[in-house]
Design a protein around this ligand. Structure first.
Ligand code: FDP
Length: 336
């Protein structure tokens, strides 16, 4: 007889439901699937493992701190931003069904191949979000979004400027105390954790749901004097109603906590960033798809309209963000 722990799992239990097999199962069940999509996700998973390893070794390998350059947003690039960018570019570059890739760190999208050469999909990513926290070993992450390539649209930028509701998949990887891969392909949200002993992301939660409520707000409150008034009204209300505050300053880490525990994450317009600070296509849209697929809500901080309905006009466009538990997002919007 197999000896069992109290959990009911056999001693020596090994979760071998890997991300790879999970995606393959999904693809096998979909009529007419070609495997192209699986190849793209496997490239992202491979890059994520390589980035996780580099992040863990960063201080030892002496790759912390600023590189010489700045990105298109005028922000200092960390050495690891560039390493993560390069790893994703290299892993994705070899996938035959990819038409375009666009990185938050690069000025222009990279054209890999046209539709008639097999380019069916586009991947947009923020290689290392929250990277200003790297020096102090706080969780950082990779965020990605997958779109279809529309061969009728001529330019690369125009092709990418699709509403978030058109994303075919989105996800993030959190390099925290464990490496977590959260994925939606439009059919709910699944969560995987990297098991370093076997080198695979294994499924730990299928159909993840965000709690409908959660008395925690996550915002850089130091910016409050320059928020539009409605946000200050909301914060007053939240403080009078027993809310707690949690802010890491790394969107993937803050959003991951919000997804699992409930609450709301906000990045309102400020004097410094009147449109908001976060990038619509690299950060807000993929997170909005994940949160909606988990039963939550995501709206813009200007007017409270649905994030996924915003029509992008440029790939590096910024937006204000209110995202998280359904009732908590509604509570913010009520004050705007
Ligand atoms: P970072 O500048 O460290 O890359 O959009 C980038 C981001 O981090 C988000 O991850 C994070 O939520 C936000 O900026 C933090 O901004 P503030 O420092 O202005 O609060």
């Amino acid at each position: 007889m197999i000896e069992r722990r109290q959990s009911g799992r056999p001693v020596g239990y090994l979760n071998i439901n890997s991300l790879q097999s999970h995606i393959l199962q999904g693809e096998a069940a979909a009529a007419g699937s070609t495997g192209d999509f699986t190849w793209i996700l496997s490239a992202i998973s491979l890059a994520a493992k390589a980035i996780a390893a580099r992040v863990r070794m960063a201080r030892i390998e002496d790759v912390l701190g600023d590189s010489a350059g700045a990105n298109v947003h005028g922000e200092k690039q960390q050495k690891l931003d560039l390493i993560a960018n390069e790893l994703l570019m290299r892993c994705l570059g070899s996938r035959p069904s990819l038409a375009l890739v666009a990185s938050e760190e690069d000025d222009q999208p990279t054209i890999l191949r046209k539709a008639d050469e097999g380019g069916k999909y586009c991947v947009i990513f923020d290689p290392l979000d929250g990277s200003s926290n790297l020096d102090v070993s706080v969780g950082v992450g990779t965020i990605f979004s997958i779109l279809r390539n529309d061969p009728t649209i001529p330019g690369a930028v125009e092709t990418l400027c699709q509403q978030g509701s058109k994303q075919v998949a989105a996800g993030y990887v959190l390099y925290g105390s464990s490496t977590v891969f959260v994925l939606t392909t439009g059919n709910g949200v699944d969560m995987f954790v990297l098991d370093p002993t076997i080198g695979s992301f294994v499924l730990v939660k299928r159909q993840l749901k965000i709690p409908a409520t959660g008395k925690t707000y996550s915002v850089n409150e130091a910016n409050r004097p320059t928020f539009p008034e409605g946000f200050s009204r909301y914060l007053d209300w939240a403080q009078q109603n027993g809310y707690s505050s949690r802010y890491i300053g790394s969107m993937v880490a803050d959003l991951h906590r919000t997804l699992l525990k409930g609450g709301v994450f906000l990045y309102p317009p400020t004097k410094k960033n009147p449109e908001g600070k976060l990038r619509l296509m690299y950060e807000a849209n993929p997170m909005a798809m994940i949160v909606e697929q988990a039963g939550g809500k995501a709206v813009t901080g200007a007017g409270g309209s649905r994030m996924l309905d915003v029509q992008p006009t440029s790939i590096h466009q910024r937006t204000s963000v209110v995202i998280g538990s359904r009732d908590e997002v509604d509570a913010v919007v009520k004050h705007l």
